[in-house]
Write a protein that binds this ligand. Structure first.
Ligand code: ATP
Ligand code: MG
Length: 139
């Protein structure tokens, strides 16, 4: 299996490019011959994290690493941070604006979906510092 290590920059507030990084990661996984069920879980988790960078943070960075046994996605931003992680991880809890909800986001399902789809999920967040999420997907 080819090893890959790549970083993608995600822009704040730009809905025209939101989803581009996760689409490229999905394509690369497919090209590597990673099983479709794994590719699907990676795409869902990465897409949710990428949209959060665009709508909740100041953009950010997605690191993508493929090793023989696993795919690691790390999503880092220096946005506002999350004051109450337990609440944020609750299905249906969202601070999304009406504008964002009108675009079809803000169901409060992104973080729970990331956790559900990843084999390992870790989130650290500090108010005024930012948010750092790591998802691991076993191949
Ligand atoms: N990177 C982030 N920076 C700051 N706050 C965040 C970040 N990611 C999530 N949050 C906060 O956690 C809440 C829950 O996030 P989650 O992704 O589960 O739902 P959502 O983005 O509001 O809606 P959905 O993902 O269903 O469109 C958000 O409403 C926001 O308050
Ligand atoms: Mg979300």
């Amino acid at each position: 299996m080819t090893m890959i290590k790549e970083s993608f920059h995600v822009k704040q507030g730009d809905m025209t490019t939101a989803g581009d990084a996760s689409a490229r990661i999905k394509r690369q996984c497919k090209q590597l011959g990673i099983p479709a069920s794994v590719v699907r879980r990676v795409s869902v988790g990465t897409y949710e994290a990428e949209i959060n960078l665009v709508i909740h943070a100041n953009g950010g960075r997605i690191d993508f690493a493929v090793e023989p046994e696993k795919i690691t996605i790390r999503v880092v931003d220096d946005g506002p941070g999350i004051p109450d992680l337990e609440k944020a991880m609750t299905e249906g809890w969202s601070t999304a604006s009406n504008e964002v909800r009108n675009l079809g986001f803000g169901a409060g399902m992104g973080l729970p979906n990331m956790k559900r789809n990843a084999d390992a999920f870790d989130i650290k967040s500090e108010v005024g510092v930012g948010t750092d999420i790591t998802m691991v997907f076993n191949i």
